[in-house]
Write a protein that binds this ligand. Sequence first.
Ligand SMILES: *[C@@H]1O[C@H](CO)[C@@H](O)[C@H](O)[C@H]1NC(C)=O
Ligand SMILES: *[C@@H]1O[C@H](CO)[C@@H](O)[C@H](O)[C@H]1NC(C)=O
Ligand SMILES: *[C@@H]1O[C@H](CO)[C@@H](O)[C@H](O)[C@H]1NC(C)=O
Ligand SMILES: *[C@@H]1O[C@H](CO)[C@@H](O)[C@H](O)[C@H]1NC(C)=O
Ligand SMILES: *[C@@H]1O[C@H](CO)[C@@H](O)[C@H](O)[C@H]1NC(C)=O
Ligand SMILES: *[C@@H]1O[C@H](CO)[C@@H](O)[C@H](O)[C@H]1NC(C)=O
Ligand SMILES: *[C@@H]1O[C@H](CO)[C@@H](O)[C@H](O)[C@H]1NC(C)=O
Ligand SMILES: *[C@@H]1O[C@H](CO)[C@@H](O)[C@H](O)[C@H]1NC(C)=O
Ligand SMILES: CC(=O)N[C@H]1CO[C@H](CO)[C@@H](O)[C@@H]1O
Ligand SMILES: CC(=O)N[C@H]1CO[C@H](CO)[C@@H](O)[C@@H]1O
Ligand SMILES: [Mg+2]
Length: 765
Amino acid sequence: MSVGKLTHYAFDLVLISIVLAGIHRNTGLQFDTSHFSSVDFRRWFGNYLAFGEACYDRVVGLLKFSGYFKQNNLILDRVQREAYVEQMKSMQLFDRFKDAILEEQQEDVSQTNAYINAFTPKKLAQLGLGIINLQIANIRTGLGGKTILELQLDPGFSDGEINTSTLRTGDIVKLSRMTTTTTSTTKKKTKDNDDDQQDSEGLEAVVLKVTTSMISISVDESTDDSKILQYYNNTNDQSRVWLVKLTNSITYKRMITTMNKINDFKDIDKNEIHRLLLGESKYVPKNDNRQISFINTQLNASQQSAINFAINKSNITIIHGPPGTGKTYTLIELIQQLTKLGEKVLVCGPSNISVDTILERLGDKYKTGQLIRIGHPARLLPINLQHSLEILSKSYGREVIQDIEKDIQGVLAKIKKCKRYSERRVLYQELKNLKKELKQREKKIVHELLLQSQVIISTLHGAGSYELKSNDIAFDTIIIDEVSQSLEPQCWIPLLLNNKFKRLVIAGDNMQLPPTIKSKKSTSLLGTTLFDRLVTKLEGNKFKKLLDVQYRMNESIMKFPSLQLYDNQLKCDSSVESISLIDLPGVEDNELTNTKCIWYDTQGGEFPEQVNESIEGDSKYNEMELLIVKGHIKRLLESGVKPSDIGVIAPYSAQVQLLKKQMGSDNEIEISTVDGFQGREKEIIILTLVRSNDSREIGFLSEQRRLNVAITRPKRQLCVIGDLELMSQSNSDFLKKWCKYVEEGDSDEPYEIEYPNVTDYLEHE
Ligand SMILES: *[C@@H]1O[C@H](CO)[C@@H](O)[C@H](O)[C@H]1NC(C)=O
Ligand SMILES: *[C@@H]1O[C@H](CO)[C@@H](O)[C@H](O)[C@H]1NC(C)=O
Ligand SMILES: *[C@@H]1O[C@H](CO)[C@@H](O)[C@H](O)[C@H]1NC(C)=O
Ligand SMILES: *[C@@H]1O[C@H](CO)[C@@H](O)[C@H](O)[C@H]1NC(C)=O
Ligand SMILES: *[C@@H]1O[C@H](CO)[C@@H](O)[C@H](O)[C@H]1NC(C)=O
Ligand SMILES: *[C@@H]1O[C@H](CO)[C@@H](O)[C@H](O)[C@H]1NC(C)=O
Ligand SMILES: *[C@@H]1O[C@H](CO)[C@@H](O)[C@H](O)[C@H]1NC(C)=O
Ligand SMILES: *[C@@H]1O[C@H](CO)[C@@H](O)[C@H](O)[C@H]1NC(C)=O
Ligand SMILES: CC(=O)N[C@H]1CO[C@H](CO)[C@@H](O)[C@@H]1O
Ligand SMILES: CC(=O)N[C@H]1CO[C@H](CO)[C@@H](O)[C@@H]1O
Ligand SMILES: [Mg+2]
C-alpha cells in the first residue's frame, strides 16, 4: 500500500471517530463494546472513541469561535479577521507585560526593603544606600513650583565631604530625622513622642544634584508645605536628618499606565506605525525621493544606505549596529538630515547616559532653543547647559519668573520667623497661590520652547513627563537609540504621545547587553525587546539595516563574534584591520605585544572558583585566575604598554572587587564588570571568566550577549583566562563554538593558547 493511501485511510478513521463522538454527544447513544471478543480490540476502540471526542470538542470550539466573529460583525474578510486575531494576541502580550512589570517592581521593592530593614542608617551609609548626619541648609522653589531642599553635612558630626558616589540625580530618597537612638552621643535635649511618629514617615524626594558639599532634593509634589517646613524651622535647627535610597516606583507606574493605554487603544487613534508594531497590518515599503547631501562625508556605504532607507524607503527602520560600527555616528547624521528637511525629531533612549551621548554630539550643531534636553542630564558638559530645558526656561522667561520667585522667597522667610499658628496659616495660603501662579507661567514658557524646537532629547521614561503631553507638540520622527537595552513597555511611552509621527527609527544591537531585569521569573518576557519582537515575530527583517563596517578592532579579534553572531557579515575598516599593540608609542616589539588573542587555559582543577556569599546574592571569584591577570598585566607594562590602555573585565562582581582591592586604587587600569564597559573600548582587554568547576556549571556565562560585549571591547589585544574544558562541555552553544574556534580556528591559529604553571605564578607573587 502506498503512503498516500495509508494517509487517506488514517484521515477517514479520524473523521469517523469524530462523527461517532458527535452522535454520542448529541443523542446520548452509547457504543456497547462488550460483545467484541478481543480485549485488545476493546481497549483500542475505547481509546479511539476518546480520541474522537477530543477532536469533536476542538471542532465545535472552532465553530463557536467563528460564530462569535460573525455575530459581532467582526469579520468581513480574511484580512480583517487576521488583524483582529493579532489584536487579541497583542492585548494578551501587553497584559503579560503588565504582570511582568508588577513582578519586577515587587522584586525591586523587596530587595530595597531587605536592606532598609536589615541595617541601621550608619550601616546603610557604609553600604552606599544612604547619607547620614545631614542638616537642611536652605529651602527654595524650583521649576514647576516644586520645593527644593538643600542639605549639607552637619559640621558637628562630620567634617568630611558628602559621598558623591552614593546618590545620583534622579534617585528617589526618603528624608527622615535621625532618631534619638542613633544620636545617643548627642547632647541635644530629647524631644516628645509626637515628633518621633512624624519622623518614621519621612519625606519622599527626588535627588536633583549632588556635590561634595551639598545635596539638592526636590520634594514630592503631593507633600504639604507645612510638613516640609517641620524639617526646617528655627526652633530645632540642631536636628539632623538622613537620606535613604528608595525604589523608584514612578518608572513602574508609568509603564503600567502605558500598557493600559495600549489595551484601550482605539483603532482610530492608531497610525500605520502603531498598527505595524502591534502586528495588525502588513509592512509596506515606500519610495520617496527626498534629495539630501551628506553633511558628514566620511560615512561609509552601509551607514549612508541606512540613512537613505530611513528617509526614502520606509516609515519604520531598525538600524542594527554591531560593536564599533558607528551607530550613534549614523544617528547624528540622520537627525541633522531630518531637521534640514524641516522635520521635528524626538530622540529617546533607555538611560540618561544613552541620550546624553547623543546630546554631546549634537550640542554644537544646533543653536540654543533648537535642541532641547528634557529632564535632568546626568553629566552636562558646560557647552550643553544651554540645551537643558530647565536652564533654558529660566533664561528665556527670566522677567516673568523672577519677581514671583522673589515673592516666594519672601514668604518663606516670613514663615521661618513666624511663631503664631494663625499667621502661619495665612502665609501658607499665600505661598500656595504664588506657587500656582509660578507653575502656570513656567508651563507656558516650557510649552513655547518645546513648540519652537527642532530636536527634543529625553529618556524613554522622560518622554512621558507632562511637558510633552500637549497635543500640539507633534513630532515627525521618533528615534529610539539603544533599543536592545530598553524594556519594550518603556519604548511605548514616546510612541503613545500622539499619532502624528510619520517615521520611527530604532537603533541597537540585539547581540549586546539586554535590559537589566531584577526578577528571575519575568526574564523571558521583559527580556524580549522591541527589536527582538520585530525581528522574530513580525516583519522586522524587511526594514532592518545592518551597519557592517567595524572601526574598532583588529580583524582577528572581530572574526569570532562576526562569525558566530553576525552571520560573518562584519567587515573591518582598513584603518583598523591590522592595528597592533606595537603601533602604540613606546611599546616594544616582542612576542607578547605581537599576539592578537591569547587564551590562558585554566583547566585541570588548579584554578578552582570560589564563592562569596553576601546580601546581594552569591558572587563567584577565582583568586588563582587573578594571579594570571596580574602576571599578564606585569608583562604588558614591562613591554611599555600604558596602564590606561588596559581594561580588565570579569562577569562576576566579587572578582572585580577582589582585583580592585589587590591592585590598589592608584592605578589607571580599569577594572569592571561587563556592564561598566558597555559602549566603550580599550586597547587591551583581559577577561577573566572565573568559573572552573567539576560540576560543569557556568552560571550566567551562558548569556552570549554579555560575553559578546566583553570580547568586542578591545582594539589590539584580547586576553582570556578561562577553563577551556569546562566551557567546551557547557550547554551554551556560544561557548562551545568559541572553544572550538580557539582550539581549531578556521585557518591559522586564531588564539595563542597558554597553559599557565601555577607554581611559577605563585613563586612570582
Ligand atoms: C561611599 O559610597 C560607596 C558606594 O556608593 C561605598 O562603597 C563607600 O563605602 C562609601 N564611603 C563611605 C566613606 O561611606
Ligand atoms: C535620568 O534622570 C532623571 C532625572 O534626574 C531621573 O528621573 C531618571 O530616573 C534617570 N533615568 C535613568 C534611566 O537613569
Ligand atoms: C519646628 O520643629 C519642632 C521640633 O521638631 C516642632 O515641634 C515644631 O512643630 C516645628 N514647627 C513648625 C512650625 O513646624
Ligand atoms: C532618495 O532617493 C533619491 C533617488 O533614489 C536619491 O537621489 C536621494 O539621495 C535619496 N535620499 C537619501 C536621503 O538618500
Ligand atoms: C508612510 O507615512 C506617510 C505619512 O504618514 C503615509 O502617507 C504613508 O502612507 C506611509 N507609507 C506606508 C507605506 O505606510
Ligand atoms: C592584526 O591583524 C593582522 C592581520 O589580520 C595580524 O597580522 C596582526 O598580527 C594583528 N595584530 C594584532 C596585535 O592583533
Ligand atoms: C566577600 O564579600 C564581602 C562583602 O560583600 C567583602 O568584604 C569580602 O572582601 C569579599 N571577599 C572576597 C574574597 O571577595
Ligand atoms: C612548573 O614549574 C615548576 C618550577 O618552575 C616545575 O618544577 C614544574 O615541573 C612545572 N610544572 C609543569 C606541569 O610544567
Ligand atoms: C563607500 C564609502 O563611502 N566608504 C567609506 C567608509 O568609511 C571609510 C572611513 O570612514 C571611508 O574611507 C570610505 O570611503
Ligand atoms: C558550587 C560547586 O559545585 N562547587 C564545587 C566546584 O568544584 C570544586 C572542585 O573543583 C568543588 O570542591 C566545589 O564544591
Ligand atoms: Mg554608540
